[in-house]
Design a protein around this ligand. Structure first.
Ligand code: ZN
Length: 416
């Protein structure tokens, strides 16, 4: 077995700034507007905008928002020219009409239980697209090396249909925007518990976009797609990649799956930009999904992607949020770590959660909140290429994906 240097050891924490290229004062970008919280399906819907508000407040209380290496830009409402890079004209017209008349459009997936009509349906959804396109544009035009759109990651939306809380697919539009503005190849890594079906479908026939989704097995979770053997259309074979993990997969095994697939494929693909979706509903306490990943493992995955972007995508990285329905205990911590990693200054997992934030949460929700930025999971990466267990269900899932895809890239499923 060839010896290989592990690409990332999550503990002890990576020294801040050491792994990334020297940060200029405006090297990293967070896209944020107060208006992003108007993406609100109403009382009782799991995708409550309080998750964004609490994340923003935690970032503020941690001091991250005033770091000199992190610039903050507002999110504009995307114009039709950008929306139509992915969505059909008829669909955009119908979303606008639903915003105006408040009536459901069942044939468009609008108004069903998952994605109900609300007052700002078009404008709030298009602002999320504007957020992620801003992140992509700033990176592509060289004003930021890395950028994060925490409101983004609406990966289920299809070109002509809303799905799974997602109206417009900001991630797909941002990738299409990059291609439209000269990027030759874009790699996309989706860490949400659910399959990134809308992004995959958008680029199913396009060999310029590598989509990698690591998710809970479709047999036990929405949207019921994303099997290892789904690898893209004949003209783009091997550029759709799916890892279908067993229910209950824990942080270290999940991180191992991310590394086992994303590292060799992104290395081989050599994209101009890495785009990633950090849905944190893979956390063990998320009410809508059944994986068992810790905030520590999610942080480790963000570091792994930062490292991949640095080594194989010219340092260009566009990160988004995504799903995440444990809105007090998980989302704010997970995405604060993400923003800090994007800013090139990863937070030590041993950082206490600021008392000011905890007090505000208690006022707002009546709930307690975590005391630390860590779940206490000392997740360590065991690289797959150093050996695997054919009887282990996670290793079998990883191997199924590597066997289905790696040969299309000239990679060996066992040793790469
Ligand atoms: Zn999800």
């Amino acid at each position: 077995m060839a010896h290989r240097r592990p690409v990332y050891l999550p503990h002890p924490p990576v020294p801040a700034r050491a792994r990334y290229r020297v940060a200029m004062p405006t090297d990293a970008l967070l896209v944020w507007s107060e208006d992003l919280v108007s993406y609100d399906f109403g009382v009782g819907h799991p995708m409550t905008p309080v998750r964004l508000r609490l994340t923003h407040d935690l970032l503020a209380d941690l001091g991250v928002l005033t770091w000199p290496g992190l610039r903050v830009l507002p999110a504009p409402v995307a114009d039709d020219e950008d929306l139509l890079l992915v969505h059909t004209e008829d669909y955009v017209a119908d979303v606008r009409a639903a915003e105006a008349d408040g009536l459901p459009r069942p044939e468009r997936g609008i108004g069903d239980g998952d994605t109900p009509v609300f007052g700002h349906l078009h404008s709030a959804s298009a602002r999320i697209v504007g957020s992620t396109v801003t992140a992509a544009r700033e990176v592509w035009e060289g004003r930021a090396a890395r950028a994060v759109s925490i409101a983004g990651g609406m990966h289920h939306a299809m070109p002509g249909r809303a799905s799974g809380f997602c109206v417009y697919n900001d991630v797909a539009v941002a990738i299409a925007w990059l291609l439209d503005h000269g990027a030759r190849k874009v790699a996309y890594v989706d860490l949400d518990a659910h399959h990134g079906d809308g992004v995959e479908r958008t680029f199913w026939d396009d060999p310029r976009v590598l989509t990698i989704s690591v998710h809970q097995h479709p047999g036990s979770l929405f949207p019921g797609t994303g099997y290892a053997q789904d690898t893209g259309s004949p003209q783009a074979r091997g550029t759709a990649v799916n890892v279908a993990l067993p229910e209950g997969t824990a942080g270290p095994a999940w991180l191992r799956a991310v590394e086992a697939v994303a590292e060799p494929l992104v290395r081989e693909f050599e994209p101009d930009v890495l785009v990633s979706q950090h849905g944190c509903d893979c956390h063990g306490s998320d009410p809508l999904a059944g994986l068992d990943v810790s905030v520590d493992a999610q942080r480790a995955a963000a570091l792994l992607l930062a490292d991949l972007a640095e080594r194989h995508a010219g340092g260009r990285w566009v990160a988004t949020g995504g799903g995440g329905y444990e809105v007090v205990g998980v989302v704010p911590r997970a995405w604060s770590h993400l923003v800090a990693v994007v800013a090139g200054q990863p937070l030590d997992p041993g950082t206490p959660v600021p008392a000011s934030w905890r007090a505000r949460v208690e006022d707002l929700t009546g709930e307690g909140s975590p005391a630390m930025m860590s779940d206490g999971d000392e997740v360590r990466l065991r690289p797959f290429a150093e050996g695997f267990n054919p009887d282990d269900p996670v290793d079998r899932a990883i191997m199924a994906t590597r066997q289905a895809v790696f040969p299309w890239h000239g990679l060996d499923p066992i040793t790469s």
